[in-house]
Write a protein of this length. Structure first.
Length: 184
């Protein structure tokens, strides 16, 4: 039995419409469910963590208490970061977010964690922190931060103007999830 290409196209269009209609309400409910709380910016740092040659992962560190320093910044250009939390039991002292379970994008009051991938991309002589739309990876990404150079090891990502750290809230409770937030 042969199926016509028109029937296949119609089936694919129907499936796409169903998927979009089931995802969209969840995203609206998600952004309505979660809020954000302002935080002391100096207690957070975005770091490009080297994985291998020319591959980096975003690492966000948080200084929770002053019992021990969680990192040191070495004022070079770019700023090298020494993650001190690797040298002691940092439970209750430092926070560490290494993937989208621990951080996401929040823009204009909307949680965009499911709609954007967060990547570090090498461009010329620096690393860029970018948010790329998931449904259309060819779309223009949002520039969140940059390292102002490349060096061996961990390097600080300086957030672009308008971007800051906030914490996710649920009802009146502050959660551990960190937002890279922009109100524009």
């Amino acid at each position: 039995m042969l199926i016509s290409s028109n029937k296949i196209k119609h089936s694919l269009l129907t499936l796409t419409a169903v998927l979009i209609s089931t995802i969209s309400p969840w995203n609206s409910a998600n952004s309505a469910t979660f809020g954000q709380k302002e935080v002391e910016q100096s207690n957070f740092i975005a770091v490009a963590m080297p994985l291998n040659v020319d591959r980096y992962q975003l690492l966000i560190l948080e200084q929770i208490s002053n019992q021990e320093a969680c990192w040191i910044e070495h004022d070079n250009r770019p700023t090298q970061v020494e993650p001190l939390l690797l040298n002691f039991d940092f439970t209750g002292i430092c926070g560490r977010s290494t993937d989208t379970n621990g951080y996401s994008i929040r823009k204009s009051g909307e949680d965009l964690g499911l709609q954007y991938n967060i990547d570090i991309v090498k461009e010329r002589d620096e690393l860029l922190l970018l948010a790329t739309p998931v449904p259309n990876p060819d779309a223009t990404p949002m520039l969140i931060g940059r390292t102002n150079g490349i060096t061996d090891g961990f390097v600080k990502i300086n957030l672009e103007p308008g971007w800051r750290f906030t914490k996710r809230t649920y009802k009146d409770k502050t959660l551990g999830h960190i937002y890279l937030t922009n109100d524009n």
